[in-house]
Design a protein around this ligand. Structure first.
Ligand code: SF4
Ligand code: SF4
Length: 101
């Protein structure tokens, strides 16, 4: 069995600081939705960049069962996961102003 060196349980939920653009089939509570200047519906983020749907006490998604399609497609230990984690480390574990489309 191959054991990955990457695990969400040992991560700062880096991917939950990315911009999540909502798709037409997504159904998330309106209080979690923001609209960009370009008119895109996105998951709202707090002043530190965290998606507002994250449960800060448990550091997990509070709407996991109805999370957006983009979040569902995000693969733990996949290329994009590794890329954002590396970028996060390079920035001294601070915010990562990346977009996810
Ligand atoms: S998918 Fe990757 S970046 Fe997101 S919480 Fe899991 S390990 Fe961290
Ligand atoms: S909706 Fe959930 S999985 Fe998606 S970025 Fe927000 S907290 Fe993370």
């Amino acid at each position: 069995m191959i054991v990955s060196d990457i695990d969400c349980a040992r991560c700062d939920a880096v991917c939950c600081r990315l911009t999540v653009v909502l798709q037409s089939d997504d159904d998330v509570p309106a209080r979690f939705v923001d609209v960009t200047e370009a008119g895109l519906q996105v998951m709202a983020r707090d002043e530190e960049g965290w998606c507002v749907a994250i449960d800060p006490a448990r550091m997990c998604c509070s709407i996991y069962d109805t999370r957006p399609e983009i979040c569902r497609r995000f693969e733990m230990a996949g290329p994009y996961c590794r890329s954002v984690r590396d970028d996060y480390e390079d920035r001294g574990r601070r915010g990562i102003p990346l977009a996810m489309y």
